[in-house]
Design a protein around this ligand. Sequence first.
Ligand code: IDP
Ligand code: MG
Length: 156
Amino acid sequence: METSLIILKPDAVQRGLMGRIISRFEEKGLQIVGAKLMQITPELAAQHYKDHASKGFYPGLVKFMTSSPVLVLAIRGNGAIAICRSMMGATFGSKAAGGTIRGDFGVSNSFNLIHGSDGPEAAARELGLFFKAGEVLDWKRAGDAWIYDLSSGTPE
Ligand code: IDP
Ligand code: MG
């Protein structure tokens, strides 16, 4: 099982899209194992986006991400990191395919609604930035046996 760090960005929160976006992940069969409404500080934004520090869009990105509350989620499932990325769609709302979150809910390239970890290493680092020990919960979901084929002992 993988866990991805997802951020519903300030535009998603301000536009009242949190519920619809979370529903997509739940309907897919992914499990919410952490959730936190918070205002990102400039220091945390800088740590989170450290790989983009040299880019021209970086100052605007930090300003945007710290401008208003975000909803931070830890989302778990078999292959969850890649599944979340494909559900999010391409980075730019103007290019993201229909059926994806960015494709269906936005047109902007910078206000693109959602962040998702791009690999296992990034997910581990980002989960550590946004959640303290004990805030990501290993809870048993009653319906798991109908989400996955568990007959072999591992989720298929
Ligand atoms: P990703 O969020 O799809 O992984 P990244 O390339 O990692 O995309 O960029 C991080 C974030 O920086 C994007 O989600 C977007 O908010 C912003 N961003 C990336 N490229 C641009 C750009 O060219 N103009 C404005 N904002 C950008
Ligand atoms: Mg990225």
